[in-house]
Design a protein around this ligand. Structure first.
Ligand SMILES: NC(=O)c1ccc[n+]([C@@H]2O[C@H](COP(=O)([O-])OP(=O)(O)OC[C@H]3O[C@@H](n4cnc5c(N)ncnc54)[C@H](OP(=O)(O)O)[C@@H]3O)[C@@H](O)[C@H]2O)c1
Length: 367
């Protein structure tokens, strides 16, 4: 007897007209395929998406239909965990340390959890009952992200090389503070082990302006130190935070416009930014269902620009307001808002979001 399979109508990859042309019977609820047609459908699904369908064979309408009659149902909620668990565990099996075990257990727990409760994006950007860690969160862009997360209801931990007293920095009073040097792998690992379970990580820490060497410098010290800090620092934070991230969690990394608009004299910065953006895309696959994204800010008014005189800073800001299409000099709150979006939107991963007031559309103000 010809084998028959039914695919729920909502899972159809092809329009009804096309199905009619290949002779499939379509009802209001499902379409009947021969095995060959079902096979074609399956190949189409596999090639058109990473979300491979999980196929559960069960008797038609709950009644026994004989060996050759099954309903093949696709259940989107179960897809990702089932398809990612095996390769990830295989790779991690090569790692002897307990961190690999932590990651495996975390992935198993997430697979079970997310197959039962797939998250959708909330109608408001709320982080109530969530815990957020911002590395670099005591100043500048990181502080903007920490403030946005706190305002959205999260409890926030900020990490960097220094602890600031409440007297010195009253604006940090709402946050837990942790010390960590992102170039010190053991310290990063220990810091995240001490922090324990949390929901969202943002890494904004980066070297001061002018701490990189130019390409024609005498040696590689400048570029090495920039990469150690920006790229390896982001890598280490993501690596050692991952085992502690709860289901539906996210990682947000930070680069800058140079990643897309190269400039003379910035080869180390540009290459490190591009590497961070590539890392973020790779981790979106490797750590799924944890979402991983990057914010690429344009000019933002922070203390990073303290290497300029007040006059120069003022002139730069005026130039930005005048020439950027948004007619606005970016603030740390603009970046905080974007980070909040990335933490709360369940459908954004593996992407770079540029928040630059349209800086990419006009000639550079940094001449
Ligand atoms: N501002 C802009 O216009 C702009 C534009 C595009 C891209 N960016 C990028 O955004 C990043 C942050 O910029 P920002 O303006 O927020 O600068 P910022 O105000 O100087 O903030 C940098 C933060 O990183 C921390 N930090 C630096 N080195 C660290 C290390 N080794 N370990 C741990 N924490 C460290 C610092 O705290 P401690 O001193 O306490 O360690 C500080 O809180 C930079 O990578 C920058 O390239 C900035």
């Amino acid at each position: 007897m010809k084998s028959i399979h039914r695919i729920p109508l909502m899972s159809q990859p092809w329009p009804a007209s096309m199905l009619a042309r290949i002779g499939c019977k379509t009802s209001s609820r499902s379409t009947t395929y021969s095995f060959k047609e079902w096979h074609l459908w399956k190949m189409h699904s596999l090639s058109s998406s990473d979300n491979q369908p999980s196929i559960n064979a069960r008797p038609l309408n709950g009644r026994s239909q004989g060996k050759d009659r099954n309903v093949l149902s696709t259940n989107n909620a179960c897809q990702r965990p089932a398809t990612i668990a095996q390769p990830r565990n295989l790779r991690l099996a090569a790692l002897p340390d307990s961190l690999a075990e932590q990651l495996i257990n975390r992935n198993k727990a997430m697979s079970t959890e997310s197959s039962h409760q797939e998250q959708s994006s909330p109608s408001v950007m709320s982080l109530a009952r969530k815990r957020v860690v911002v590395v670099g969160g005591k100043t500048g862009i990181g502080l903007g992200i920490a403030r946005a997360a706190y305002a959205a209801g999260a409890s926030v931990t900020v990490a960097s090389r220094r602890i600031a007293s409440a007297k010195e920095r009253p604006e940090l009073a709402n946050f837990e503070q942790v010390t960590l040097h992102i170039c010190d792998e053991a310290a990063v690992r220990k810091a995240f082990d001490d922090i324990g379970p949390f929901d969202h990580l943002a890494v904004t820490a980066g070297p001061d302006l002018g701490t990189w060497g130019t390409f024609m410098d005498d040696d590689m010290r400048g570029v090495r130190s920039y990469f150690d800090n920006k790229f390896m620092g982001s890598w280490a934070c993501a690596r050692y935070a991952a085992p502690h991230l709860r289901a539906n969690g996210s990682i947000t990394l930070l680069t800058g416009g140079l990643a897309a608009r190269h400039k003379r004299g910035f080869s180390a910065v540009t290459a490190a930014f591009v590497a961070v953006e590539a890392l973020s895309g790779s981790l979106a696959l490797e750590l799924a269902p944890t979402r991983v994204n990057t914010i690429r800010p344009g000019y933002v008014d922070t203390d990073l620009w303290r290497v300029m005189s007040d006059e120069e800073r003022h002139a730069l800001k005026a130039k930005v307001r005048e020439s950027f299409p948004a007619r606005h000099a970016g603030t740390v709150d603009d970046i905080g808002h974007a980070a909040l979006f990335l933490m709360t939107n369940a459908y954004v991963t593996g992407t770079v979001i540029e928040v630059s007031g349209g800086e990419n559309l006009v000639p550079s103000v940094f001449q």
